[in-house]
Design a protein. Sequence first.
Length: 261
Amino acid sequence: MSTSTLPVDQPRPVTGVTPPSLLTLVRVELRKSYDTRAGRWLLVTIGLAALAVVAISLFVDDAPKTFADYFSFTQLPVGILLPVLGILLVTSEWSQRTAMTTFTLVPRRSRVLTAKVLAAAVLGVLGVLAAAVASGLATVLTPVFTDQPMDWSLSAAQAGQVLLVQVVYVLSGVAFGMLLLSSPLAIVTYFVLPTVFTIVVNLVSALDWVRDWLDLGTVTQPMFEGELDGQGWAQLATSAALWIVLPMVIGWLRIERSEIA
């Protein structure tokens, strides 16, 4: 038998095929985020929610009406909905049974997972940009509907920290998606577990230090105004390790080692 001949029952090596670049994989993952009906409507809802928030702020007399204030207000709906998009970016592979196809085309699962993380970060940036557009529209309309002038002031600290916090939030959704691999379970757990955790650490005074160091909602609150200080950065890193790094590492290893059905 020639050394170049393989038995019939053995897989033949594929030659001359260049694996897709990481940039290509990120583009594919971004397309997946709006290819599904749920993802497409979620993106539309994020934009509409940002517009709704600034519209309400525009017509409420007591609400501040500067670009920085509008920008801060819009982060609430964006921060709530973006993590769901991050969850779906991972779990849709299993709910739609495309994981086997994906990992067959790209056998190195770590490259696919890395692309999902990068795509989620891009979505976080796009969410902030959408909020900025809605805030800019409200700022332009402020002198039209109120007696206040346009105020475009926005500190670099606020812009940078808002951008970072939304990336953190969407990556926390990705982490829960990797850990649980089920859209309903991951979404419910993502909202229920941190909420229960926040309630407990706020009710028990002895757990104040836990709230200050491990409650992601508490730690990130100053970031919407660009006011995170030196200790705040350490607290952010600690809470991110609990709510993002830990579940993402466990989920990553699970996906790498498990059989894909």
